[in-house]
Design a protein around this ligand. Sequence first.
Ligand code: ADP
Ligand code: MG
Length: 289
Amino acid sequence: MKAISMGPAKAAQPPADGERSANFSLLRLSALRKMRVVEAPVPLLELAGVSKRFDPPAGTGSLVILEEISLEVRAGESVAVVGPSGSGKSTLLHLIGGLDRPSAGKVLLEGRDLGQLSEVQLAFVRNRLLGFVFQFHYLLPQCTVLENVLVPTLAGVGAESPGPNNPTRCEESPEERAIRLLKRLGLGERLDHRPGELSGGERQRVAVARALINQPRLLLADEPTGALDQASARELGRLLAELNREERVTLIVVTHSMELAAGMGRVFTLSGGRLQPSPAAPGTPPPTS
Ligand SMILES: Nc1ncnc2c1ncn2[C@@H]1O[C@H](COP(=O)(O)OP(=O)(O)O)[C@@H](O)[C@H]1O
Ligand SMILES: [Mg+2]
């Protein structure tokens, strides 16, 4: 967001009569020239008093899952959300990802209120600004690893354009980028394999490459290691933390794993509908204003 601030010439007063109007116009022009464009620090993500309730069939009362959650996440941060099963972690991630809408409050991505966007605009935001990794990989079994990673580029936005995160890599074609990411994730020898020929950890790494192919600003991961053995989970956690730095992608991870959470810059606990900084949090939250 850009805030306009006026220079000293804003003290110019309206003319008292017609004769002074020419002078006033000149003053106004000079004032405009002295306007300074100030970059206001807009968080990449802001949750402002977000609540979510589900209204089951009449008579059974509504189910309050999230209550007035406020959070700011700056570009480049990594954040973990932990909490008991059923506490609303996936619900929260769905709201952040524009997959669902809050009952109250706002979700702002780069200052845009997702609640004000049409479904088409939301689809654009999801494809262009967000990457998703889920507990299960949802790879297409009939496609190769490389083809799976390229699927999000078929929507016609993203990897062909410079991208907000990596303007220096704008010369990369989607295929070059997919191969680079897959090699980075240790899958350089697996480009032509089908998902059924891979281990669980390898499949999940393909899903991470697919989530990053359009150079998202924000990567949302919901229990990404939940279906993996300990060694594969540890490897994926390490890769996610490294990609957060290397690809300059902001990361929000929902997890049961305290080991994965400990690798993130900030850790929050979701419980009773409230989001609290976790005592185990390794970092200190940045100021909220
Ligand atoms: N569409 C829905 N309708 C009704 N209840 C839902 C819906 N989605 C989630 N819930 C309920 O919200 C609660 C939180 O779910 P969820 O966000 O999946 O928790 P978590 O990811 O922390 O395990 C659960 O009690 C779940 O049953
Ligand atoms: Mg969940």
